[in-house]
Design a protein around this ligand. Structure first.
Ligand code: GLN
Length: 491
């Protein structure tokens, strides 16, 4: 069925007239309806999809087909789309319909993409399991026995939808691993670009110095195609870089002879599953066999990354989320007689935000408070600079790419982690957050199945603005691993 196609296969079939954008869209809409048990789509937009598909068909007929013409995609619920409910999976934004498009979705639509609907996620992108969503968690299409597993988070709906062939690709955002970790848990590809490569305009902010959007797809080629459409300078985002967008797809030569791959010794840490450790070695062998040199490197400040991130991200979140007050849009609590503005704020925010978001707002407010600012926030900023310098030194010493695990374990069961201690959940981010702190690009590629039949991925980390090289290395890994498994359909 065509919903299971890759973007590149669909692009070719559309251009040859073997399928129409409308038929392709209808097959995705049918797959989405049949996939309700995955809880991946939280808002479907069939009318918008069919309108866009018909317009794409007209362009295809006219021979004017931009890169994503007629390609049906899912959009994470963090991206504003004009007149389409956008809630960041939070009750506080119930009823909110943006009056404008995010730059990313505007660019995707400009490139001819078709919007199938909004995808589930952790509330305000805070989480690693999709369980903080006001809609309840998305479910991983991969199962072990009868256990329901997390698709990861925060872009869990995006990952589940792509892995289950409900759409051809999806947008994700990655503040501390939210594209790469769900990609690893569901056997798909996900790239977090260099900070500043993709505009943040119209993406609901979590931690502004870390947030980046990127594609989640069924192949490295698809990631290259989609990233090409999403990237580029945007005067509406002051941190968007005025750097030309290369032809990412043309970069996929498969030639990495003479490249130097770094293996960071600090990533071989307690808690890393032995299967992933073995896969990491295998991945290094594959890159070596393709003509690259593999060297050990040291990123000595790695152990400080988790605490640093879990100070900086909540600090920025507490500031970003201050705007949700029930005054202008979204949820407002019912008030009792005598309630004033303070009660209105308090009741609205207590009702609207879930427990994890409230915890982050409190932690963030605390580390920014007058007496603790230097001890926590300022110190975390200084450590962040050291983490960034670790990477800079490794790249300055001639390393082209770094190969690392993406996650310490395969997907875990829903309800299994972080229920009594939130730090247990935070530990899932240990391999992904370092490069958000450093602003670097990273990609997760599916590499195989573990003994239980669950997908495992590896992560490649590139130098700033080095997506071309990064994607090419990922392409080599993808070809060597030859991962083609799909989850058995139970939904
Ligand atoms: N799991 C991380 C967090 O909870 C990352 C989230 C993200 O990348 N959006 O903050």
């Amino acid at each position: 069925m065509s919903a299971s196609w890759t973007i590149s296969a669909a692009r070719d079939a559309l251009r040859k007239g073997e399928v129409s954008a409308t038929d392709l869209t209808m097959s995705c809409l049918a797959a989405i309806d049949a996939g309700d048990g995955l809880n991946a789509f939280v808002h479907k937009t069939p009318e918008l999809a069919l309108t866009q598909a018909r317009a794409a068909d007209a362009r295809l007929k006219g021979g004017d087909a931009p890169s994503l013409c007629g390609i049906p995609l899912g959009i994470k619920d963090l991206f504003c789309i004009k007149d389409v409910p956008t809630q960041a999976a939070s009750n506080i934004l119930r009823g909110f319909k943006p009056q404008y498009d995010s730059t990313v979705t505007a660019k995707l639509f400009h490139a001819g993409a078709v919007c199938l609907g909004k995808l589930n996620m952790d509330e305000f992108a805070m989480g690693s399991s999709n369980e903080s969503s006001c809609y309840g968690p998305a479910v991983n299409p991969w199962k072990v026995d009868a256990r329901n597993l997390t698709p990861g988070g925060s872009s869990g709906g995006s990952a589940a939808a792509v892995a289950a062939d409900l759409c051809l690709g999806a947008t994700g955002t990655d503040t501390g691993g939210s594209i790469r970790q769900p990609a690893a848990f569901t056997g798909i590809t996900g790239i977090k670009p260099t900070y500043g490569r993709v505009s943040r305009y119209g993406i609901i902010a979590y931690a502004s110095s870390l947030d980046q959007a990127g594609p989640m797809t069924k192949s490295v080629r698809d990631a290259a195609i989609m990233l090409g459409a999403m990237a580029g300078h945007d005067p509406k985002d002051s941190t968007s870089a005025d750097i030309p967008v290369p032809d990412f797809e043309a970069a996929l030569t498969g030639d990495i002879r003479g490249k130097k791959i770094g293996i960071p010794r600090e990533y071989r840490m307690d808690g890393l599953s032995s299967e992933i450790a073995a896969l990491w070695d295998k991945g290094a062998d594959m890159l070596r066999a393709a003509g690259a040199e593999v060297v050990d490197i040291s990123l000595p400040h790695t152990k400080y990354a988790l605490p640093t991130y879990y100070i900086i991200a909540p600090a920025e979140a507490s500031s970003n989320l201050a705007r949700y007050d029930g005054v202008r849009y979204g949820h407002r609590a019912a008030l009792s007689a005598g309630d004033g503005i303070t009660e209105m704020y308090e009741k609205t925010r207590a009702e609207g935000f879930g427990p994890e978001v409230q915890r982050r707002i409190m932690v963030g407010t605390y580390v920014l408070s007058a007496g603790f600012y230097d001890a926590y926030y300022n110190r975390a900023r200084r450590v962040r600079a050291l983490i960034k310098r670790d990477f800079e030194l490794a790249f300055a010493a001639g390393v082209d790419c770094i190969l690392a695990p993406a996650t310490p374990t395969p997907a875990f069961g829903l309800g299994e982690q972080g229920t009594s201690d939130p730090v247990e959940m935070y530990l899932n981010d240990v391999f992904t957050i370092t490069l958000n702190l450093a602003g670097l690009p990273g990609i997760c590629v599916p590499m195989g199945l573990n003994k239980q039949g669950l997908p495992l991925g590896l992560q490649l980390i590139g130098h700033a603005w080095g997506e071309v090289d990064l994607l090419n290395h990922a392409y080599v890994l993808e070809k060597s691993a030859g991962f083609v498994a799909k989850p058995e359909k139970w939904w």
